[in-house]
Design a binder for this molecule. Structure first.
Ligand code: PLP
Length: 392
């Protein structure tokens, strides 16, 4: 017997409405492609750009709006736009603010895929780029021309962890009327106040600390300026960038513990970085909060905290196989990209080919992301693996 039409339609257009007044600690998870309008007039009258109504799942839901507002508060911005990954957020900024004939400037220690994007897709579309020395604001100033439309900043820099003089870099760009965008994944909105430094656009890989679970990919682009936000929002809509409600929920769930986790990662990382600096086989520890590290004075001038991420340079006399064996011997540190989750991670990097001038950074670089394990256990793990390096 086929089900009656009444039953089938009734299950779709059911008259029951749950009681109003639901209130709970977690924000609701709203999922939709289609948003239903009560009338044609409502459909014609709504615009998503003011976030006062809903038009389509891709344009925002109560879940994504709540996440955006909380992130704007965290960063001290006024507007936030979500993207499906940190790299998608970088792409979003570039495509919104650059056009054919424009040039962008990237720090030489920029997040690798960001430089790759500039050298491939953007180059193909007639957008050129140059790398500047982030530790030399005069070098940035000298590279700015009439065609320069955007300067990316990163603090600390990816992998080699130099902390730049952000104030001076922003001043160099502003003096020529060039917009600045900061990849603030490392600072997470907690280490320093980016907008107070005069940065125009702040981007985050929420994949890292805001999520905190190593289980979601997401990015955010934040602004204070209304017109800049509208420029970014229009292109975001045109590109069809959106995030899934379940992923937004995971980040919303991570935010209340963000500061606790960040400071715990920070304290553990500083303890291990200081200990590693005195270990045989370790030539240098690249942690901006450690005195003597590249950019330490700038870190001290700008920051009240640090992320749980740092790199070590191992003795240049070691063979690469010895370094690989050290990494393979770690038990609690897992081998893998990304960072910001509960599990400590390790990646060996080949700086040759990654940095134009690596003479200041001799040796084998190994990056460590400190998770939330007990510090004594992590130290013991590093000690047993370092002991292997002492063998011929
Ligand atoms: C991880 C990371 C990104 C990219 O984030 P994804 O979500 O992995 O695409 C961008 N910038 C920095 C500094 C990062 O560490």
């Amino acid at each position: 017997m086929p089900d009656s039409d009444d039953l089938i339609t009734g299950l779709i257009h059911h008259p029951y409405q749950p009681p109003e007044g639901w209130a709970a600690v977690p924000p609701g998870v709203f999922k939709a492609s289609t948003v239903i309008f009560p009338s044609v007039a409502a459909l014609r009258g709504r615009s998503y750009t003011a976030k006062t109504g809903y038009t389509y799942g891709l344009r925002g839901t109560p879940t994504t709006y709540q996440l955006e507002e909380r992130l704007a508060t965290l960063e001290g911005g006024r507007h936030c736009i979500l993207s499906p990954s940190g790299l998608a957020a970088i792409t979003h900024v570039n495509l919104a603010l650059l056009g054919q004939g424009d040039e962008l400037l990237l720090p030489a220690n920029v997040y690798g895929p960001s430089a790759d994007l500039a050298a491939s897709v953007l180059a193909r579309w007639g957008i050129t780029h140059q790398l500047y020395d982030p530790m030399n604001p005069a070098d940035l100033a000298a590279r700015i021309t009439e065609r320069t439309k955007l300067v990316w900043l990163e603090a600390a820099g990816s992998v080699t962890m130099e902390f730049p003089d952000l104030t001076a870099l922003v001043a160099a760009a502003r003096a020529r009327g060039v917009l600045t965008a900061l990849d603030n994944t490392w600072g997470a909105g907690l280490a320093f106040r980016a907008f107070d430094l005069g940065v125009d656009v702040v981007m985050h890989a929420l994949t890292k600390y805001p999520s905190g679970g190593a289980d979601v990919l997401m990015g955010a682009v934040l602004t204070r300026d209304d017109r800049l936000h509208q420029r970014l929002l229009r292109v975001h809509g045109q590109l069809g960038l959106g995030v899934a409600a379940n992923d937004a929920e995971l980040v919303l769930r991570g935010l209340p513990t963000l500061a606790l986790r960040y400071h715990a990662h920070d304290a553990a990382a500083r303890q291990l970085a200081a200990w590693l600096a005195s270990q045989p086989g370790v030539t240098r520890v690249l942690h901006p909060a450690l005195p003597g590290a590249p950019g330490h004075a700038h870190w001290a001038a700008h920051c009240t905290a640090a992320a749980g991420l740092f790199s070590v340079l191992l003795d240049p006399g070691l063979r690469r196989e010895q370094v690989d064996a050290f990494v393979d011997a770690l038990r609690l540190f897992k081998i893998g990209f990304s960072w910001g989750g509960p599990v400590s991670l390790v990646v060996p990097y080949e700086l040759d080919g990654m940095r134009a001038d690596r003479s200041a950074l001799p040796g084998h670089l190994v990056r460590l992301s400190i998770g939330l394990e007990a510090v004594a256990d992590l130290q013991a793990d590093l000690a047993q693996a370092l002991a292997l390096l002492a063998r011929p």
